[in-house]
Design a protein around this ligand. Structure first.
Ligand code: SAH
Length: 359
């Protein structure tokens, strides 16, 4: 049994079954045994790989997107470049390097990173040495000001609550101890019909839906800053463009799917991001949502093909590897379709780069 499984069993013994959101929050963020707190999960030797770790092109194109956005803001003399969940710091390092095309952007920027993992913070410190960087445990301590915020595979790690349809009503899914193992049960009290999206009211018995108040809260806080001080947010993650039913909670360990309850704290745990819900949170907080676009369409619009050609021309021995990385990022069967990109700005701001034709 993992140390965290022991902790969860004691918690459940004391308090009763816990919501899936609490399970997820403990498994990922427990201050001593949480998955992200204890390790660097990224890369070939870890559990999963992310876009910035696949290729420098990803962070570079996002860096240029940030420069373009800053220009559209009127090139303010001060800008907070904020990243939520920066992992190894690779995206930010690649973005800042690409952004050197406009030295005055570099002079205006102060980098702020929101990161709870001590292991990853140490890697970020290493990676971003020489830059003006401030770390934060949460968005709250980031000082006010115009921001451009980036979040790649951050929202998927924030906890979801799950509900399941029974004959007469919907019930929250909880984690309990059954037969000496962690298992799912349903809360006896039905969910208030007021909390149920109208489209799901008639869902078949056994269907599931997810809500993520923690994600909505972050989106609301980001948008309020943008509405007040100007700027933009760019959210990239896997998920769906429209809210819908389905159980998307998944665990991944060593690049393979894993049972979600069997090794808490030792496997990554995520759920798909509901981009419609994020866009609604942004609109409700006084912002304008652009997209979501597929990652393939977004990177295509930003010019990943010409960047790949340039890189390949510069290092012919790596040409095949570069093309392969490009395909992984944009091909529909790889990350190109499942991953989506949403931008948030003030309502009076035009479409950011790449979003000109977005819904
Ligand atoms: N953006 C990076 C890493 C993605 S993994 C990349 O694309 O490679 C998720 C990141 O979010 C990690 O850095 C993790 O430590 C961080 N994280 C997870 N939950 C968090 C939380 N509640 N608050 C702040 N950071 C969190």
């Amino acid at each position: 049994m993992t140390a965290l499984a022991g902790h969860l069993r004691r918690l459940i013994a004391a308090d009763g079954p816990i919501p899936v959101s609490r399970y997820m929050a403990e498994a990922l963020g427990h201050p001593e045994h949480g998955y992200y707190v204890t390790r660097d999960p990224l890369g070939r030797d870890g559990d999963f790989i992310t876009a910035p770790e696949i290729s420098q092109m990803f962070g570079e194109l996002i860096g240029l997107w940030c420069v373009d956005l800053w220009q559209r803001l009127g090139a303010p003399g001060r800008l907070q470049l904020l990243e939520l969940g920066p992992g190894r710091g690779t995206l930010m390092a690649d973005a800042l390097r690409a952004a050197r095309v406009r030295p005055d952007f570099g002079a205006a920027v102060a980098v702020h990173l929101v990161e709870t993992s001590p292991a990853l913070t140490a890697l970020q410190q290493d990676r971003l040495r020489g830059h003006d960087v401030t770390w934060h445990q949460s968005l709250e301590s980031v000082p006010p000001g115009t921001i451009v915020a980036i979040a790649n595979e951050f929202f998927d790690a924030l906890p979801v609550r799950q509900f399941e349809r029974r004959e007469a009503s919907w019930h929250e899914r909880l984690v309990a101890v059954r037969d000496d193992r962690l298992g799912f049960v349903l809360a006896p009290t039905p969910l208030s019909p007021k909390l149920l999206p109208a489209s799901l009211a008639a869902g078949p018995v056994g269907s599931t839906f997810e809500i993520a108040p923690a994600r909505q809260a972050v989106m609301t806080a980001l948008t309020e800053r943008i509405a007040r001080h100007g700027g933009a947010a760019l959210v990239i993650d896997y998920g769906h463009a429209r809210s819908g039913s389905g159980d998307t909670l998944q665990a991944v360990k060593r690049h393979a799917y894993h049972d979600v309850l069997s090794d808490p704290g030792e496997a990554d745990l995520t759920a798909h991001v509901d981009f419609e819900a994020l866009a609604e949170a942004a609109s409700a907080a006084g912002g304008k949502a652009h997209g979501p676009l597929s990652q393939g369409a977004f990177l295509g619009a930003l010019g990943i093909d010409s960047r790949a050609d340039r890189l390949a021309a510069g290092s012919p021995e790596k040409a095949a590897e570069i093309r392969q990385a490009r395909d992984r990022l944009v091909a529909a069967a790889e990350m190109g379709r499942l991953f989506k990109v949403l931008a948030v700005t003030r309502p009076d701001f035009g479409a950011p780069a790449g979003f000109e034709t977005a819904p």
